[in-house]
Design a protein around this ligand. Structure first.
Ligand code: SF4
Length: 81
């Protein structure tokens, strides 16, 4: 959704869904709320958290930092021996 309107699927953008609440990408257009980054917000949340959301970014960064590359961890462990 842009200031010129929606260009998605014949000009029909979907309104934001409940988990979008608090996101900085929400814009009001014709007295309804739309996402400025995604034409179908429900699809963004279908398989977990929306990766464009501004209100859950910190949480996803923490989760990605906690991930350990198993290959690197194995090499590190072998060096210690
Ligand atoms: S970026 Fe994601 S969370 Fe934010 S409004 Fe768009 S679909 Fe919703």
């Amino acid at each position: 959704m842009s200031s010129k309107g929606c260009t998605y699927n014949g000009g029909i953008c979907r309104e934001t869904v409940e988990p979008c609440g608090g996101c900085g990408r929400i814009v009001e257009f014709s007295s309804a709320w739309y996402c400025s980054a995604c034409p179908e917000p429900a699809a963004r949340w279908r398989n977990g958290k929306c990766n464009l959301a501004t209100h859950v970014t910190a949480e996803t960064e923490v989760a990605s930092k906690a991930k350990v590359n198993p290959l690197k961890a194995s090499k590190r462990a072998s060096k210690r021996k």
